[in-house]
Design a protein around this ligand. Structure first.
Ligand code: SF4
Ligand code: MG
Length: 335
């Protein structure tokens, strides 16, 4: 499999004023030294609670924010080194889909013009060709192309999300970065939209980076999952392995908070205790230690390394120290 995106040691912090009139700042570590790859044709999910750095990661991937350290390579090219015209070329390849389609659809525009706008901006074809392409895109996402002249408010939430996806597909992207794309929808509609994502992936050969707080959604769409906590990736695994056998204590806790259909399994339920700590002054050592039932003294003072468990599986936790083959330094693992 070809590596489409490679993220190496990516970090991003934001200054937060200590007070309204203060010149002093605290630093919020939104993304802290994360590395992962996205392979062509796969769906990689990034999952975690709010404040874990998922949306900052999305902006870094799309070059809407510059990283403080680290790089994002797209087919080998560091996107932060691209000039404006190369970046415009790359923007066609990487498209974003958001949680609230209504906010991203101009209410005063007909949906045909909304979906066709990227074609117009990039001067693709004649007006007639653009209209045909838009009708094709609407059909592709399951919207009747005869609704071309209707307005966003005439559609349901699920339909509006389909319209947003049609727009994202207009320029034939290779990658869709979807940030909570079904979170605003009813559960019954979520399943339909997720099925559409899968169908489009097969039909168009798309690669997805799927960002979500919802493990039950991620389970149905992803091939691999990176679990994020306070700006770090604490576990990376194939979806099957992650759900069958979570390794990191945080992943275990997240899993046990998913409602299980099998009542016999409910006795294993352990709920996550406590709030997510502030990323402004994150806990020392392992950032999960205040909430971790396995935490030791070492966890309070020493950040764990990322341990490679083989077969593409990594976990950042001292419980796996016996697997650690480095010499006191974090391994430069390939995720
Ligand atoms: Fe828990 Fe320690 Fe592992 Fe962190 S390193 S998840 S505190 S056992
Ligand atoms: Mg797939």
């Amino acid at each position: 499999e070809e590596k489409l995106i490679e993220v190496r040691h990516l970090s991003k912090s934001f200054p937060i004023k200590k007070g309204f009139l203060s010149r002093q700042v605290d630093w919020l570590k939104a993304v802290n030294n994360i590395s992962f790859s996205v392979y062509e044709g796969e769906t990689l999910a990034l999952v975690g609670e709010s404040g874990c750095g998922k949306s900052t990661t999305r902006k870094l991937l799309l070059n809407l924010l510059k990283a403080d350290r680290g790089e994002v390579r797209y087919r080998g090219e560091n996107i932060y080194d691209l000039n404006d015209s190369d970046m415009r070329r790359l923007r066609k390849k990487m498209q974003a889909v958001f949680q609230d389609p209504y906010a991203s659809l101009n209410p005063k525009w007909k949906i045909g013009n909304i979906v066709g706008e990227p074609l117009w901006i990039h001067r693709k074809g004649t007006a007639r060709e653009r209209k045909e392409r838009v009708q094709e895109l609407l059909s592709l996402v399951g919207i009747n192309p005869r609704f071309y002249d209707r307005y966003p408010h005439e559609f349901s939430g699920g339909q509006r999300q389909r319209i947003g996806i049609a727009r994202a597909l207009a320029l034939n992207p290779e990658v869709i970065i979807a940030d909570e794309p079904v979170s605003a929808l009813d559960v019954s509609i979520q399943a339909q939209v997720l099925n559409m994502f899968r169908r489009l992936q097969d039909q168009l050969g798309l690669t997805y980076v799927f960002i979500s707080h919802d493990l039950s959604v991620v389970k149905h769409i992803s091939d691999r999952v990176g679990v994020m906590y306070l700006g770090e990736i604490v576990e990376m695994a194939s979806t099957e392995e992650l759900y069958n056998d979570p390794k990191h204590p945080y992943t275990k806790a997240l899993m046990s908070s998913i409602p299980l259909p099998d009542p016999n399994k409910r006795k294993d339920l352990r709920f996550l205790e406590g709030e997510v700590p502030s990323p402004i002054n994150p806990p020392s050592g392992c950032p999960f230690h205040p909430r971790c039932e396995f935490a030791t003294e070492e966890c309070k003072t020493h950040a764990p390394a990322t341990h490679d468990l083989g077969e593409g599986r990594q976990v950042k936790c001292h419980l796996y120290n016996d697997r650690f083959t480095g010499e006191g330094e974090e391994m430069d693992v390939q995720m």
